[in-house]
Design a protein around this ligand. Structure first.
Ligand code: PLP
Length: 512
């Protein structure tokens, strides 16, 4: 493809993309294809001679579209949103055009310097404490996903804990061999912690880092990790000879958007740490809900993050920036570079050695990296603070409209958690007159779970809207619930009203 062919092809691609967005409401939100569908549509092998763009482009509609679930559809109310916007797409387009795998400053100074500036701006946008800005010892870096951010901090937490332990043993007068022996024992006892509501990425990070992982139970209906429960867990681990070194605390858990009790966690950790003890690293995972910190009513919350070592939120979930753009902030960037820096001869250069520049390769797992700050820059400049606030506010209004409808319809629905950050989590009641919550306790819960599961399955089979279900708690008292969250840019209050009607029609059919 030469320049003039690219110009023409790009125009047709852009037109197709705009048409897709303008008519997305008309598409069935969930794909209906069966596993393996694409093998029948795409001939095996690469063509011997190159094909025309027009033939390739035509296959987008014919072969790819049928297998897409439309995350940008206003009828997509599942998982958490994965926002997209035109400025975000333009950022990715330029990133692809420049394709500079800027692993260190010298590779493309603009890539590094824009990332630092944009992340400081975003830190101010979400009111993060000064500790996490680059002016001091902290700073931000863009990771692909929250899961990658958590792997990075678990590795840094592990290495910091071991380094602090080694320093203590050396101060006690142990020799190198004795310290090494102790490190080997310690490694097998390290435990990463998160609540039973924390995202599974903490478990995965622990698997990758080769450490144990345990969960701390939260109270049914509340789902928040508290300092009291953390203290009890630490005592339990110590009694078993295990060593907690890392904690994921969450703002906006995946099942219900609960937010852990940060002040009491801070107090519990302060009580646990002595001036010389190695420190438990606390990471605040706000993958989805962190975007809500742009709203003035939540601006007080980040002050309660000041005890944490790191924080992340995904601009690619709810802040109009196309996947992938997970912002990770650390209080002390040295903690990352101590754990992740390795410099073979070919990466040495005068700028890195001067200590005056940031080499983001030392803040992440891969070496190469994309120019992801471009899309965050385009989005924040195009929307401005007011536009970003308006976007999140609209989703919150949608969530509140849905809450009002289900709350007024106590015959059909029971909210199982406090609605938060535009997410509603509801269970469907058993058919009226069959059992009562007051008299039939466990049986009522069982019937409610059955009917909720059937309703969720039938809604997604029908495909008018797409929702996800979740299971809270364990055993006989577990609760099956439907999660409804409308955070895509195109979602309006009317879409949530429509969702309420679609769900209610299915409830009536399942009850009948
Ligand atoms: N943390 C929370 C609270 C989440 O809800 C999710 C995903 O929804 C993740 C982490 C993982 O996100 P990612 O896909 O960016 O790894």
């Amino acid at each position: 493809m030469d320049s003039s062919q690219f110009r023409e092809a790009a125009h047709t691609a852009i037109d197709q993309i705009i048409d897709y967005y303008e008519n997305i409401r008309d598409r069935r939100v969930l794909s209906e294809v069966q596993p393996g569908y694409l093998r029948e549509l795409i001939p095996p092998g690469i063509p011997q001679t190159g094909e025309k763009w027009e033939d390739i482009r035509r296959d987008i509609e014919a072969k790819i579209m049928p297998g897409l679930t439309h995350w940008q559809s206003p009828n997509f109310l599942a998982f958490f949103p994965a926002n997209s916007s035109y400025p975000g797409m333009l950022g990715d387009m330029y990133s692809a055009a420049f394709t500079c795998a800027a692993f260190n400053w010298q590779c493309s100074p603009a890539v590094t310097e824009l990332e630092t500036i944009v992340l400081d701006n975003v830190a101010r946008l979400v009111h993060l404490p000064e500790e996490f800005h680059s002016a001091g010892e902290g700073g931000g870096v863009i990771q692909g996903t929250a899961s990658e951010a958590i792997v990075v901090v678990v590795v840094a937490a592990r290495d910091r804990y071991i380094a602090q332990s080694k320093a203590n043993w050396a101060a006690e007068g142990l020799n190198e061999d004795e310290i090494e022996e102790k490190v080997c024992t310690l490694r097998g006892r390290l435990v990463a912690l998160g609540s039973d509501q924390a995202h599974s990425s903490t478990k995965k990070a622990a698997m990758i880092a080769g450490v144990r992982c345990e969960t701390i139970e939260t109270a049914m209906g509340d789902y928040r990790l508290t300092g009291e429960r953390l203290t009890a867990k630490i005592a339990d681990l110590q009694a078993r000879g295990l060593v907690p070194f890392y904690l994921t605390a969450t703002m906006g858990t995946t099942p219900t958007c609960a937010t852990d009790d940060f002040p009491s966690l801070a107090a519990a950790l302060a009580a646990h740490h002595t001036p010389t003890s190695p420190k438990i690293w606390t990471h605040i995972d706000a993958a989805y809900a962190g975007a809500a910190l742009v709203l003035p009513e939540f601006a007080h919350l980040p002050a309660t993050f000041a005890f944490a070592d790191s924080f992340n939120f995904n601009m690619h979930k709810w802040l109009l920036t196309n996947f992938d753009c997970s912002c990770l902030y650390v209080r002390r960037r040295r903690d990352l570079t101590d754990a992740l820096s390795i410099t073979p001869a070919y990466l040495r250069n005068e700028y890195s050695e001067s200590g005056l520049v940031t080499d983001y390769r030392d803040w992440q797992i891969p070496l190469g990296r994309r120019f992801r700050s471009l899309k965050a820059w385009f989005v924040t400049r195009s929307y401005g603070v007011d536009g970003l606030v308006a976007h999140v506010r609209k989703s919150m209004d949608c969530g509140k409209a849905f809450t009002a409808l289900v709350t007024a319809d106590s015959k059909r629905y029971t909210l199982v958690a406090e609605p938060a950050y535009a997410l509603n989590v509801v269970r469907v009641n058993p058919p009226p007159g069959s059992v009562t919550a007051a008299e039939d306790g466990l049986e009522y819960g069982k019937r409610s779970n059955e009917v909720t599961r059937k309703v969720a399955e039938r809604i997604n089979r029908e495909g008018k809207i797409f929702i996800t279900s979740t299971v809270l708690g364990k055993g006989e008292e577990s609760v099956t619930a439907i999660r409804v969250v409308g955070g895509a840019p195109g979602v309006q209050v009317a879409d949530l009203e429509n969702a309420y009607r679609v769900i209610s029609d299915v409830v009536d059919a399942v009850w009948a």
